[in-house]
Write a protein that binds this ligand. Sequence first.
Ligand SMILES: NC(=O)c1ccc[n+]([C@@H]2O[C@H](COP(=O)([O-])OP(=O)(O)OC[C@H]3O[C@@H](n4cnc5c(N)ncnc54)[C@H](OP(=O)(O)O)[C@@H]3O)[C@@H](O)[C@H]2O)c1
Length: 315
Amino acid sequence: MKPLNIVILGGTGFVGSHLVPRLHADGHRIRVLSRNRELRRELGVLPRVKVENVDVHDRARLTRALHGADAVINLVGILNERGSDGSGFEKAHVALTETVITACTSARVPRLLQMSALRAGEGASHYLRTRFDADTRVRDSRLAWTIFRPSLIFGRGDGLFFRFAGLLRIAPVLPLARADARFAPVHVGDVAEAFARALAHPHSIGHTYELFGPRVISLREIVRWTASLIGKPRWIIDLPDPLGYLQAMLGEWLPGKPISRDNFRSLQVDSVGDKDGLGELGIVAMPMELIVPALLGSDVQQSRLDAFREAQRPD
Ligand SMILES: NC(=O)c1ccc[n+]([C@@H]2O[C@H](COP(=O)([O-])OP(=O)(O)OC[C@H]3O[C@@H](n4cnc5c(N)ncnc54)[C@H](OP(=O)(O)O)[C@@H]3O)[C@@H](O)[C@H]2O)c1
């Protein structure tokens, strides 16, 4: 395939750090737009990748940044907003997507790949509702679009196994809201591959792909498995919904909002799929059992090395 000029929004995060090298390997030239490139310079070490400071919410600035691009990938997404009335989700998902569509149209960029989430539009969370509303804007546009709806994504540096591993290392007891919530975690490498194939194959235009892995697993099982993989057997307590909701409410006041009421509402919808989008793109989903033990194992090894180095350091 002919190398493309690709602009990525939200490409400095977990998914972007896997997607950018994958697209770079296909020969594409990539510009990653960030709110703070100083914090995220690592991606720029690849020869055809540039990380630029652009306020992507500013339509005029975004339009200028998109000139000359063949395709835009919008990976921007948030799991938590500052307040709790949905306006933060509305801005990051719906308003930004509208801005991206307008900027693509003005800058004559024909192609848009939009990241969404599995089960968008279901349940009562602002997160899933605004994801769906953003997808609707994309579908109603005149662009050559493709939408991706993944379940939870796992891989090095994820917000799932790595996040729980971090919590389990410090917490002797872990009270868990919505422990029965079910997911079909998908490997970040498969997600990156799906984007790469969609760019290469015009038949993906006008399609929405659900991206999920081969195994359905509950939140409780994810946490227990993580605890056993890192060798930290912990007391994991399933919270009944009223207590889980209370925990989510209190979580909103903690630094970094580890859980919010909106997260609680998202967890009321099982993140499992119906239609194998990876299969439709010719990708065989990677089972997490083949990846996660090695990833967390090397993480444990690294923590031990760090602790050892710390202990050796002169005062
Ligand atoms: N990880 C998962 O399990 C999962 C599952 C389903 C869907 N998704 C979706 O996949 C996408 C990528 O996920 P990820 O895990 O890579 O997320 P991430 O690590 O949080 O990265 C998202 C990036 O978006 C940018 N961003 C965040 N808030 C923004 C805002 N208000 N305005 C403009 N830019 C903003 C940030 O870039 P800068 O700070 O450089 O500007 C950030 O690096 C998101 O849309 C996410 O919702 C992820």
